[in-house]
Design a protein around this ligand. Structure first.
Ligand SMILES: *Cc1c(COP(=O)(O)O)cnc(C)c1O
Length: 370
């Protein structure tokens, strides 16, 4: 190990997020066969927690890939026809790029970064053209904007359009109720609000979505959700799963389910509110030169993107925060140097966040008083 180890409680990166020691330790267990009773029992235990986390009675697919793999799965398995992609940041742009890379006819509904799509605009666009599917991001990790994916799904359904929801920094931190909201497809990754190591992705699809996918040609093989669905019903995965990550997930998903989703959403909301208040106070001390990028009322509870004054770059801020023992993230994509991001998700607490914000306070005050 060459890099110095920082203690848990200091890593406020917006993904991967901090992983608790017992969860890391679970990965050192000996291997088991993935076609056998022990694995099936583990898979079914995970299903119980995952169904609670997604708010669904449907199976939750577990892919040994990063989240992007299941974004591609959603696109490949979506009904044939034109796709509309709402783009309001780097990850929604990735969804659009996947649709394009899968040779789909597609249109982009572009929204300024930091914003969310206006739902009347979205409804109008969905009425104007016959779209087979809509791609949209619940919590745009590059900007900290939260989209109302429940209404977006309803608007899409009214036009016979399937809605694919990227909830990678949503599920497990921001409210999402797959069945109650009648979602078609939603996915997340292990390394964000679920506070697991990177390498797994999770998704649910409605029965109708899978039924339609059965008739869709060119779904590919590795990310075929029809296969995931069939195997999940047997307590298995289509191919060799990343077994150590499943051991970790077995421990962590049960802990999340034990906390309860309503409590978990409330904890994330409290951390987010505290972060906004801190940004306002800091900005107030420095001529309103810092603010939360996303609009009030449309902010993600898991990640806050902070617009920096022109005199500062993200690299300098991150370095100064690091010197005080904490890790936060730079901006993402075109906002890389003009914003910093604090990931307040996973297993972080309000008390832990307070320590991080105190370090950030010191860093900003030092830099801005020069
Ligand atoms: C992190 C992230 C992704 C990509 O996840 P990978 O696991 O890196 O493939 C996609 N969408 C959002 C919103 C994310 O935050």
């Amino acid at each position: 190990m060459t890099a110095p180890l920082l203690p848990n409680g200091t890593f406020f990166f917006p993904g991967p997020t901090e992983v608790r020691t017992p969860v890391l330790a679970a990965m050192t267990q000996p291997m088991i066969p993935h076609r056998g009773a022990a694995f099936e029992a583990l898979f079914l235990r995970m299903q119980e927690s995952l169904r609670m986390i997604f708010g669904t009675r449907r199976p939750v697919y577990v892919s040994s890939s990063s989240a992007t793999g299941l974004m591609e799965a959603g696109v490949r398995c979506a009904p044939p026809g034109r796709i509309l992609s709402v783009v309001n940041g780097a990850f929604s742009a990735r969804f659009a790029a996947i649709a394009q890379a899968c040779a789909r006819e597609m249109d982009v509904l572009e929204v300024p970064w930091g914003d969310t799509v206006n739902l009347d605009d979205l409804a109008r666009r969905l009425r104007s053209t016959r779209y087979a599917a809509l791609t949209i991001v619940h919590s745009e990790t590059s900007t900290g904007a939260r989209q109302d994916v429940r209404t977006a799904t309803r608007l899409a359904r009214e036009q016979g359009t399937a809605c694919l929801v990227d909830s990678v920094t949503g599920i497990g931190g921001a409210e999402l109720r797959f069945d109650d909201w009648e979602l078609d497809f939603a996915l997340t990754g292990s390394q964000k609000a679920l506070a697991l190591p990177p390498g797994l992705a999770f998704a649910a699809a409605s029965e109708a979505f899978i039924a339609s996918a059965r008739g869709t040609p060119g779904r590919g093989l590795y990310f075929d959700l029809v296969e995931f669905d069939a195997y999940a019903l047997k307590g298995q995965t289509p191919n060799t799963p990343a077994i150590p990550l499943f051991f970790a997930a077995d421990v962590q998903l049960a802990a999340i389910a034990a906390e309860g989703m309503v409590a978990r959403w409330a904890r994330h909301a409290a951390m987010a509110e505290r972060t906004y208040a801190w940004v306002d106070a800091l900005g107030g001390r420095h001529g309103d030169a810092l603010h939360v990028l996303a609009r009030e009322g449309h902010r993600s509870p898991t990640v806050t993107s902070i617009t920096l004054p022109e005199s500062l770059t993200a690299s300098t801020v991150i370095k100064a925060v690091k010197e005080r023992g904490f890790t936060i993230g730079s901006g993402y994509g075109k906002n890389k140097e003009t914003t910093v991001r604090i990931g307040h998700m996973g297993d972080h607490t309000l008390e832990g966040l307070e320590r991080c914000l105190t370090a950030c306070d010191g860093a900003f005050d030092g830099l801005l008083s020069r």
